[in-house]
Design a protein around this ligand. Structure first.
Ligand SMILES: NC(=O)c1ccc[n+]([C@@H]2O[C@H](COP(=O)([O-])OP(=O)(O)OC[C@H]3O[C@@H](n4cnc5c(N)ncnc54)[C@H](OP(=O)(O)O)[C@@H]3O)[C@@H](O)[C@H]2O)c1
Length: 257
Protein backbone atom coordinates (compact mmCIF):
# COMPACT_ATOMS: atom_id res chain seq x y z
CA UNK A 1 0.00 0.00 0.00
CA UNK A 2 1.35 3.46 -0.86
CA UNK A 3 1.82 5.90 1.99
CA UNK A 4 1.44 9.44 0.63
CA UNK A 5 3.56 10.82 3.47
CA UNK A 6 6.36 8.31 2.82
CA UNK A 7 6.65 7.72 6.57
CA UNK A 8 9.71 5.88 7.81
CA UNK A 9 9.79 3.82 11.00
CA UNK A 10 12.50 2.33 13.15
CA UNK A 11 11.13 -0.71 14.99
CA UNK A 12 13.53 -2.14 17.54
CA UNK A 13 12.99 -5.71 18.62
CA UNK A 14 11.44 -6.57 15.24
CA UNK A 15 13.01 -10.04 14.97
CA UNK A 16 10.30 -11.56 17.17
CA UNK A 17 7.15 -11.12 19.23
CA UNK A 18 5.52 -7.72 19.57
CA UNK A 19 8.12 -5.73 17.58
CA UNK A 20 7.92 -8.21 14.69
CA UNK A 21 4.11 -7.95 14.54
CA UNK A 22 4.27 -4.14 14.68
CA UNK A 23 6.87 -3.97 11.88
CA UNK A 24 4.71 -6.16 9.62
CA UNK A 25 1.54 -4.20 10.44
CA UNK A 26 3.16 -0.78 9.83
CA UNK A 27 4.62 -1.98 6.52
CA UNK A 28 1.10 -3.05 5.47
CA UNK A 29 0.09 0.59 6.01
CA UNK A 30 2.74 1.65 3.51
CA UNK A 31 5.33 2.72 6.08
CA UNK A 32 8.96 1.99 5.17
CA UNK A 33 10.33 0.03 8.10
CA UNK A 34 13.87 -0.38 9.44
CA UNK A 35 14.01 -3.74 11.20
CA UNK A 36 16.36 -3.60 14.20
CA UNK A 37 17.48 -6.48 16.44
CA UNK A 38 20.51 -8.78 16.77
CA UNK A 39 19.31 -11.85 14.88
CA UNK A 40 19.93 -11.04 11.19
CA UNK A 41 18.39 -14.30 9.98
CA UNK A 42 15.10 -13.67 11.74
CA UNK A 43 15.06 -10.06 10.53
CA UNK A 44 15.54 -11.27 6.93
CA UNK A 45 12.51 -13.55 7.41
CA UNK A 46 10.44 -10.56 8.54
CA UNK A 47 11.69 -8.58 5.53
CA UNK A 48 10.51 -11.38 3.21
CA UNK A 49 7.04 -11.36 4.80
CA UNK A 50 6.88 -7.59 4.28
CA UNK A 51 8.04 -7.88 0.66
CA UNK A 52 5.38 -10.52 -0.05
CA UNK A 53 2.67 -8.07 0.90
CA UNK A 54 4.24 -5.34 -1.25
CA UNK A 55 5.89 -3.44 1.60
CA UNK A 56 9.38 -2.00 1.97
CA UNK A 57 11.86 -2.62 4.75
CA UNK A 58 15.57 -2.81 5.47
CA UNK A 59 17.42 -5.02 7.92
CA UNK A 60 19.71 -3.33 10.45
CA UNK A 61 21.13 -6.18 12.52
CA UNK A 62 22.65 -4.56 15.57
CA UNK A 63 23.18 -5.29 19.24
CA UNK A 64 21.73 -2.30 21.07
CA UNK A 65 23.98 -3.00 24.06
CA UNK A 66 27.00 -1.96 21.99
CA UNK A 67 28.14 1.61 22.50
CA UNK A 68 27.13 4.06 19.74
CA UNK A 69 24.81 1.52 18.14
CA UNK A 70 21.85 3.92 18.26
CA UNK A 71 23.57 6.70 16.30
CA UNK A 72 24.92 4.30 13.71
CA UNK A 73 21.44 2.76 13.22
CA UNK A 74 19.88 6.21 12.78
CA UNK A 75 22.52 7.29 10.26
CA UNK A 76 22.11 4.06 8.28
CA UNK A 77 18.29 4.39 8.17
CA UNK A 78 18.36 8.07 7.20
CA UNK A 79 20.74 7.27 4.36
CA UNK A 80 18.73 4.33 3.03
CA UNK A 81 15.11 5.34 3.73
CA UNK A 82 15.08 9.09 4.47
CA UNK A 83 13.80 11.14 7.41
CA UNK A 84 12.54 9.02 10.31
CA UNK A 85 9.18 10.00 11.78
CA UNK A 86 8.04 6.83 13.56
CA UNK A 87 9.92 5.18 16.40
CA UNK A 88 8.82 1.96 18.06
CA UNK A 89 10.89 1.02 21.09
CA UNK A 90 10.03 -2.66 21.46
CA UNK A 91 13.42 -4.27 22.13
CA UNK A 92 13.52 -5.31 25.73
CA UNK A 93 14.44 -7.95 28.23
CA UNK A 94 12.90 -9.17 31.43
CA UNK A 95 14.46 -9.80 34.82
CA UNK A 96 12.28 -10.19 37.86
CA UNK A 97 12.74 -11.53 41.36
CA UNK A 98 13.76 -10.31 44.77
CA UNK A 99 15.95 -7.20 44.81
CA UNK A 100 18.68 -9.18 46.61
CA UNK A 101 18.60 -11.73 43.75
CA UNK A 102 19.11 -9.21 40.94
CA UNK A 103 22.80 -8.43 40.75
CA UNK A 104 24.21 -5.08 39.63
CA UNK A 105 25.27 -6.36 36.21
CA UNK A 106 21.71 -7.49 35.48
CA UNK A 107 20.26 -4.24 36.87
CA UNK A 108 22.49 -2.17 34.57
CA UNK A 109 21.81 -4.21 31.45
CA UNK A 110 18.00 -4.19 31.91
CA UNK A 111 17.94 -0.46 32.64
CA UNK A 112 20.17 0.13 29.63
CA UNK A 113 18.12 -1.85 27.11
CA UNK A 114 14.63 -1.02 28.43
CA UNK A 115 15.13 2.64 29.34
CA UNK A 116 18.41 4.22 28.23
CA UNK A 117 18.20 2.93 24.65
CA UNK A 118 14.63 4.28 24.12
CA UNK A 119 15.82 7.59 25.64
CA UNK A 120 18.78 7.71 23.27
CA UNK A 121 16.69 7.03 20.16
CA UNK A 122 14.18 9.69 21.22
CA UNK A 123 16.94 12.19 22.01
CA UNK A 124 18.45 11.91 18.53
CA UNK A 125 15.20 11.61 16.54
CA UNK A 126 13.25 14.47 18.12
CA UNK A 127 14.92 17.40 16.29
CA UNK A 128 13.96 15.99 12.87
CA UNK A 129 10.41 15.13 14.00
CA UNK A 130 10.01 18.65 15.45
CA UNK A 131 11.31 20.24 12.25
CA UNK A 132 8.85 18.27 10.09
CA UNK A 133 6.06 18.61 12.68
CA UNK A 134 5.22 14.95 12.13
CA UNK A 135 6.09 12.09 14.43
CA UNK A 136 4.98 9.09 16.46
CA UNK A 137 6.86 7.52 19.34
CA UNK A 138 5.52 4.23 20.64
CA UNK A 139 7.25 2.92 23.74
CA UNK A 140 6.39 -0.69 24.50
CA UNK A 141 6.19 -0.58 28.26
CA UNK A 142 4.26 -3.10 30.36
CA UNK A 143 1.35 -3.38 32.76
CA UNK A 144 4.12 -4.15 35.25
CA UNK A 145 5.34 -0.56 34.71
CA UNK A 146 1.97 1.01 35.36
CA UNK A 147 1.66 -0.27 38.96
CA UNK A 148 3.80 -2.04 41.53
CA UNK A 149 3.75 -5.82 41.19
CA UNK A 150 5.56 -7.98 43.74
CA UNK A 151 8.99 -9.21 42.59
CA UNK A 152 8.86 -7.13 39.38
CA UNK A 153 12.24 -5.71 40.47
CA UNK A 154 14.39 -4.08 37.85
CA UNK A 155 11.91 -4.82 35.04
CA UNK A 156 9.14 -2.97 36.86
CA UNK A 157 11.40 -0.01 37.56
CA UNK A 158 12.59 0.20 33.93
CA UNK A 159 9.03 0.15 32.56
CA UNK A 160 7.68 2.59 35.18
CA UNK A 161 10.44 5.03 34.23
CA UNK A 162 9.68 4.50 30.53
CA UNK A 163 6.05 5.48 31.26
CA UNK A 164 7.14 8.64 33.05
CA UNK A 165 9.53 9.49 30.21
CA UNK A 166 6.60 9.13 27.78
CA UNK A 167 4.37 11.39 29.89
CA UNK A 168 6.99 14.13 30.15
CA UNK A 169 7.76 13.85 26.46
CA UNK A 170 4.09 14.21 25.61
CA UNK A 171 3.98 17.49 27.56
CA UNK A 172 7.14 18.68 25.79
CA UNK A 173 6.37 17.83 22.18
CA UNK A 174 2.63 17.46 21.48
CA UNK A 175 2.58 21.07 20.22
CA UNK A 176 4.95 19.96 17.45
CA UNK A 177 2.46 17.39 16.10
CA UNK A 178 4.35 14.51 17.67
CA UNK A 179 2.28 11.71 19.19
CA UNK A 180 3.64 9.85 22.20
CA UNK A 181 2.23 6.60 23.49
CA UNK A 182 3.43 4.17 26.12
CA UNK A 183 1.64 0.87 25.65
CA UNK A 184 1.31 -1.26 28.76
CA UNK A 185 0.26 -4.77 27.81
CA UNK A 186 -0.43 -7.54 30.26
CA UNK A 187 0.68 -11.06 29.43
CA UNK A 188 1.49 -11.43 25.70
CA UNK A 189 2.20 -14.70 23.90
CA UNK A 190 5.93 -14.24 23.09
CA UNK A 191 9.19 -15.91 24.03
CA UNK A 192 10.01 -13.19 26.58
CA UNK A 193 6.95 -13.94 28.72
CA UNK A 194 6.16 -16.89 30.98
CA UNK A 195 5.28 -19.93 28.85
CA UNK A 196 1.49 -20.23 29.40
CA UNK A 197 1.67 -24.04 29.43
CA UNK A 198 3.85 -23.86 32.59
CA UNK A 199 0.90 -22.32 34.44
CA UNK A 200 -1.70 -24.53 32.74
CA UNK A 201 -3.00 -21.66 30.61
CA UNK A 202 -4.12 -21.93 26.98
CA UNK A 203 -1.97 -19.53 24.91
CA UNK A 204 -5.10 -18.21 23.20
CA UNK A 205 -6.37 -16.80 26.52
CA UNK A 206 -3.53 -14.29 26.76
CA UNK A 207 -2.80 -11.32 24.47
CA UNK A 208 -1.31 -11.92 21.02
CA UNK A 209 1.43 -9.75 19.44
CA UNK A 210 -0.86 -9.01 16.46
CA UNK A 211 -3.41 -7.43 18.82
CA UNK A 212 -0.78 -4.99 20.10
CA UNK A 213 0.28 -4.28 16.50
CA UNK A 214 -3.34 -3.50 15.54
CA UNK A 215 -3.54 -0.96 18.37
CA UNK A 216 -0.34 0.70 17.10
CA UNK A 217 -1.62 1.02 13.52
CA UNK A 218 -4.95 2.36 14.82
CA UNK A 219 -3.07 4.98 16.87
CA UNK A 220 -0.96 5.84 13.81
CA UNK A 221 -4.10 6.45 11.75
CA UNK A 222 -5.86 8.69 14.30
CA UNK A 223 -5.71 12.26 13.05
CA UNK A 224 -8.23 14.41 14.89
CA UNK A 225 -8.22 13.22 18.48
CA UNK A 226 -5.81 11.84 21.02
CA UNK A 227 -5.85 9.03 23.54
CA UNK A 228 -4.05 9.16 26.87
CA UNK A 229 -0.29 8.64 26.72
CA UNK A 230 -0.27 5.57 28.95
CA UNK A 231 -2.46 2.85 27.48
CA UNK A 232 -3.14 -0.31 29.47
CA UNK A 233 -4.06 -3.43 27.51
CA UNK A 234 -5.19 -6.36 29.65
CA UNK A 235 -6.70 -9.73 28.78
CA UNK A 236 -10.41 -10.01 29.72
CA UNK A 237 -9.87 -13.15 31.80
CA UNK A 238 -8.79 -12.25 35.37
CA UNK A 239 -7.11 -15.66 35.76
CA UNK A 240 -4.42 -14.58 33.31
CA UNK A 241 -3.92 -11.14 34.86
CA UNK A 242 -0.32 -10.05 35.32
CA UNK A 243 -0.75 -10.13 39.10
CA UNK A 244 -2.07 -13.71 39.16
CA UNK A 245 0.39 -15.07 36.61
CA UNK A 246 3.47 -13.53 38.27
CA UNK A 247 2.31 -14.75 41.69
CA UNK A 248 1.87 -18.30 40.33
CA UNK A 249 5.22 -18.10 38.51
CA UNK A 250 7.08 -17.17 41.71
CA UNK A 251 5.26 -19.87 43.68
CA UNK A 252 6.87 -22.32 41.24
CA UNK A 253 10.24 -20.52 41.25
CA UNK A 254 10.89 -19.80 44.94
CA UNK A 255 14.66 -19.62 44.39
CA UNK A 256 14.15 -16.29 42.56
CA UNK A 257 12.57 -14.49 45.51
N1 LIG B 1 5.47 -10.66 26.29
C1 LIG B 1 4.88 -9.99 27.28
O1 LIG B 1 4.10 -10.55 28.09
C2 LIG B 1 5.11 -8.51 27.40
C3 LIG B 1 4.22 -7.78 28.20
C4 LIG B 1 4.41 -6.42 28.33
C5 LIG B 1 5.47 -5.80 27.68
N2 LIG B 1 6.32 -6.52 26.91
C6 LIG B 1 7.43 -5.80 26.26
O2 LIG B 1 7.33 -5.99 24.86
C7 LIG B 1 8.61 -5.78 24.27
C8 LIG B 1 8.86 -6.87 23.24
O3 LIG B 1 8.99 -8.11 23.90
P1 LIG B 1 8.31 -9.45 23.37
O4 LIG B 1 7.36 -9.88 24.40
O5 LIG B 1 7.87 -9.28 21.99
O6 LIG B 1 9.54 -10.45 23.49
P2 LIG B 1 10.56 -11.05 22.42
O7 LIG B 1 9.81 -11.81 21.40
O8 LIG B 1 11.59 -11.75 23.21
O9 LIG B 1 11.19 -9.77 21.73
C9 LIG B 1 12.26 -9.05 22.29
C10 LIG B 1 12.97 -8.35 21.15
O10 LIG B 1 14.04 -7.57 21.67
C11 LIG B 1 15.20 -7.80 20.87
N3 LIG B 1 16.41 -7.58 21.65
C12 LIG B 1 16.72 -8.13 22.86
N4 LIG B 1 17.96 -7.76 23.22
C13 LIG B 1 18.44 -6.96 22.24
C14 LIG B 1 19.67 -6.29 22.02
N5 LIG B 1 20.65 -6.35 22.92
N6 LIG B 1 19.83 -5.60 20.89
C15 LIG B 1 18.84 -5.53 19.98
N7 LIG B 1 17.65 -6.13 20.11
C16 LIG B 1 17.46 -6.85 21.23
C17 LIG B 1 15.07 -9.27 20.45
O11 LIG B 1 15.79 -9.51 19.25
P3 LIG B 1 17.19 -10.31 19.12
O12 LIG B 1 17.17 -11.42 20.11
O13 LIG B 1 17.19 -10.74 17.67
O14 LIG B 1 18.21 -9.27 19.40
C18 LIG B 1 13.58 -9.35 20.15
O15 LIG B 1 13.31 -8.92 18.84
C19 LIG B 1 9.62 -5.77 25.42
O16 LIG B 1 10.03 -4.44 25.66
C20 LIG B 1 8.82 -6.30 26.60
O17 LIG B 1 9.28 -5.80 27.81
C21 LIG B 1 6.17 -7.87 26.76
Amino acid sequence: MENIHKDVAIVTGSSSGIGRAIAIALARKGVKVALVARDAKKLEEVKKIIEKSGGESIVVAQDLMIENSVLSIIECVQKKLGAINILVNAAGRVAMGGIDKINMKLWKSVIHLNLTIPYEFIHYLLPEMKEHERGWIFNISSEIGSRAIQYSGVYGVSKAALNRLSEILDLDVSEFGIHIYSLCPGWVNTKLAIDPSLLGVDKNEILQPEQIAKIITDLYEINNYKLSTILKITPMDHNVSTENSTRKFFELNKHLV
